[in-house]
Design a protein around this ligand. Structure first.
Ligand SMILES: NC(=O)c1ccc[n+]([C@@H]2O[C@H](COP(=O)([O-])OP(=O)(O)OC[C@H]3O[C@@H](n4cnc5c(N)ncnc54)[C@H](O)[C@@H]3O)[C@@H](O)[C@H]2O)c1
Length: 333
């Protein structure tokens, strides 16, 4: 798991040999008349001279550029082993991060992305951040999505493919490169659930979750953990089989929350005090007249609701307006 890296062009033995070899080669002579290369006589002094230049070159490069750093590489299974499925830990981390953000301890600059156009099913976005406090760290997530993955179940790949690179906040050395797919999904659900915990009415008892994908699965965990007043949770997905399978996963966990797969999203939203949207839809489906007047809408996919709907809400709250504003595409980013 620990890899060792030489960065900024440290000189390998091979490079040194090549360098020394070049010096030797420069002491051959080309005979124009015969077209042959003649080795010049190499005196012991010449050999010492070559060695001194080589060693000096090697030492200089070493003192200026040789930085030995250890980078921790965490694959998905390592991330899980480190405690990813600990809902309490994830909820606490998500909450602490929002508190740090409110205290101004986090620098979260604008995303930079590669979008290849409307009809292109892939995109890549760099999301840099500095997190201060007791254990400061800087890094960025390279968040990518390929909707083509859905068309090829045989690839067995999710839509969202993410990695994170973390750098030491003091030395700026890279410290960790880790798989960020599941972290992203869990964090998304955790922060949406925190939104519901602090912003929804305290008497909220019923909820609807639209989207039975990876984020949806983590949403159920977070809702069960942090919203004890929710006693009835309806789950909808265009893929009804997948939806039922997700609900079935939570059958035997010993909760008093009734979790059911439902066939009609409109009817479900009408009864919901809190709505959680975590779909990959490209066409907004949520209608304002489905929602109770005092419902809380947790909007995690980019286009669960049309822009007019979002603008008509009594209050709209985002964690970071610069990053999560209604972008040129008119949807939440
Ligand atoms: N806000 C954030 O910070 C954040 C972070 C990560 C992912 N996301 C978004 O969350 C969404 C879900 O991601 P995921 O990884 O769970 O995807 P996923 O592919 O695992 O699941 C998406 C589910 O949505 C369903 N779906 C699509 N259109 C639907 C519709 N109109 N009605 C009902 N169900 C529909 C699909 O059938 C699928 O089961 C994505 O849009 C992703 O971009 C947001």
């Amino acid at each position: 798991m620990f890899g060792e890296t030489r960065i900024f062009g440290g000189v390998s033995k091979g490079a040194y040999r090549k360098y020394a070899g070049n010096i030797r080669r420069s002491h051959t002579k080309f005979d124009k008349n015969t077209g042959q290369l003649h080795k010049k006589h190499t005196s012991p002094l010449y050999n010492i001279h070559t060695a001194v230049i080589g060693i000096r070159y090697y030492m200089e490069r070493r003192s200026f550029f040789m930085i030995k750093s250890e980078i921790l590489f965490l694959k998905q299974e390592d991330v899980i082993e480190a405690g990813l499925f600990d809902t309490e830990l994830v909820m606490r981390s998500a909450e602490e991060t929002l508190i740090k953000w409110a205290k101004g301890e986090i620098v979260n600059t604008t995303k930079v992305g590669i979008h290849l156009g409307e009809n292109h099913p892939q995109f890549w976005v760099a999301m840099p951040a500095y997190v201060g406090g007791d254990h400061p760290i800087a890094g960025f997530k390279w968040a990518a999505e390929s909707h083509e993955n859905k068309q090829h179940p045989e690839w067995n790949l999710p839509v969202g493919i993410d990695i994170t690179i973390l750098s030491d906040a003091t030395t700026a050395l890279p410290v960790c490169i880790l798989d960020a797919g599941l972290i992203t999904a869990f964090r998304t659900a955790a922060s949406g659930t925190l939104g519901a915990k602090y912003l929804a009415k305290k008497t909220a008892k019923t909820a609807t979750l639209c989207g039975a994908g990876i984020v949806g699965r983590f949403f159920i965990r977070c809702i069960l953990h942090s919203l004890p007043n929710i006693k009835h949770l309806e789950v909808f997905d265009l893929d009804q089989k997948k939806c039922q399978a997700l609900v079935d996963e939570f059958k035997d966990i010993g909760t008093d929350v009734e979790i059911v797969a439902v066939p009609d999203i409109g009817a479900s939203v009408r009864q919901a005090d809190i709505f959680f949207g975590a779909t990959t839809t490209k066409v907004p489906y949520l209608k304002a007249d489905w929602c109770k007047d005092d419902a809380t809408i947790i909007h995690m996919g980019p286009c669960e609701a049309p822009p007019e709907f979002l603008k008509s809400c009594h209050t709209m709250i985002v964690d970071n307006w610069e990053v999560g504003h209604l972008s040129e595409s008119k949807y939440l980013t």
